[in-house]
Ligand binder design. Structure first.
Ligand SMILES: Cc1cc2nc3c(=O)[nH]c(=O)nc-3n(C[C@H](O)[C@H](O)[C@H](O)COP(=O)(O)O)c2cc1C
Ligand SMILES: Nc1ncnc2c1ncn2[C@@H]1O[C@H](COP(=O)(O)OP(=O)(O)OP(=O)(O)O)[C@@H](O)[C@H]1O
Length: 298
């Protein structure tokens, strides 16, 4: 897949299926658009292109807070998902105040018309331009609007998945995504207390502005140097020890290496319980024994 900043002179000139949207998380609803795009690409001997934005359009409309930078995926995972879904050309353009003022007609003139469009694919609720135009206005192009993909009678959307993650309901998030929710980061030093209680943990700091699941204890897999291990994670303040910082820590099963500074990926599989402030270390250890049993059996 080629990642290209959208400029007229850099566009591929061969026929292409254009898929439009922001696609945070590339969930099962989004995947339906790419299923259609791949069928069309095969039928018309065309490539698949996406025209999207590096950051959320919402940044242009709302007072800033750090959450507006957050994504359901790391930047690398976002690219990998587009690639897995068959995208050949990923065109990026910044969503700015100027961009937001374009009407649907302007958008077609300035962007779409410079590509060699074989067909366009969007979702059932796709609107674009400052006038919130509908795809039917693009009548000069062959276009397809994909029906709503639902789960439990409700639209699968990035917003719904974000809420599930923030609620700690990673099982729901994973079902809606169609893959396991993951957070990647670097292993850093913690308080070095874990090893003294028989449960050493890799403390993980993410630098990607990803959503962290709710405070609690989770069954996880963790990928270290290309190998995936089972483990159990804690997200919280280590209440028993009066911790001040919120940490993501993973006790990796059957693993004994030093991995400070390594980039790892944590896959959240299931919420086990909330965080508990124990009266002493022994009660915490007893609880962690049963967390481990449950995690190994999951
Ligand atoms: C699976 C798991 C469950 C945990 N549950 C709790 C808990 O309920 N309450 C708590 O205060 N700390 C909990 N912790 C966090 C420990 O307090 C923490 O791992 C320990 O203090 C080591 O911290 P360190 O990595 O900074 O050395 C849990 C950790 C893990 C890995
Ligand atoms: N569940 C779905 N079924 C079918 N198409 C969808 C679904 N969700 C999104 N789409 C389509 O995918 C494209 C990208 O949509 P968008 O990035 O707005 O995702 P979203 O999940 O609806 O996000 P948000 O929750 O922020 O509204 C659009 O063309 C949209 O219509």
């Amino acid at each position: 897949m080629k990642v290209i900043k959208f400029k007229e002179e850099d566009l591929d000139s061969a026929p292409t299926i254009l898929v439009l949207g922001y696609f945070d998380g590339l969930h099962r609803g989004h995947q339906a658009l790419f299923d259609k795009a791949r069928d069309l690409a095969a039928e018309k001997n065309a490539s698949i292109s996406v025209l999207t934005f590096p950051e959320s359009p919402v940044l242009v409309f709302k007072k800033f807070n750090e959450d507006l930078f957050k994504h359901l995926t790391s930047p690398d995972k976002r690219l990998a998902l587009f690639e897995e879904n068959g995208v050949d050309f990923l065109y990026l353009t910044d969503f700015t105040s100027h961009f937001a003022k374009l009407t649907s007609h302007d958008f077609i003139q300035k962007y779409v018309s410079h590509l060699n469009i074989a067909a366009i694919v969007v979702g059932f609720d796709y609107r674009f331009g400052s006038d919130h135009g509908e795809l039917s206005q693009l009548s000069e192009y062959e276009s397809y609007q994909i029906a709503q993909v639902s789960d439990a009678g409700e639209k699968i959307s990035s917003t719904r998945i974000r809420q599930a993650v923030l609620d700690g309901d990673v099982s729901l998030a994973n079902r809606l995504l169609g893959y396991d929710y993951e957070v990647s980061g670097i292993v850093v030093h913690g308080e070095a207390r874990g090893r003294t209680i028989g449960y050493p943990t890799a403390n993980i700091e993410s630098k990607h502005y990803q959503y962290l699941p709710a405070i609690g204890v989770y069954v996880v897999d963790i990928e270290v140097s290309g190998v995936r291990y089972r483990g159990m994670a804690s997200i919280g303040y280590n209440d028993t020890f009066g911790g001040k910082n919120k940490t993501l820590e993973v006790n990796i099963f059957d693993f004994h290496d030093e991995i400070y500074g390594e980039s790892v990926t944590v896959y959240f599989l299931k919420l086990i319980r909330g965080m508990i402030k124990f009266d002493g270390v022994d009660a915490l250890i007893t609880q962690m024994n049963s967390d481990e049993k449950l995690s190994r059996e999951f």
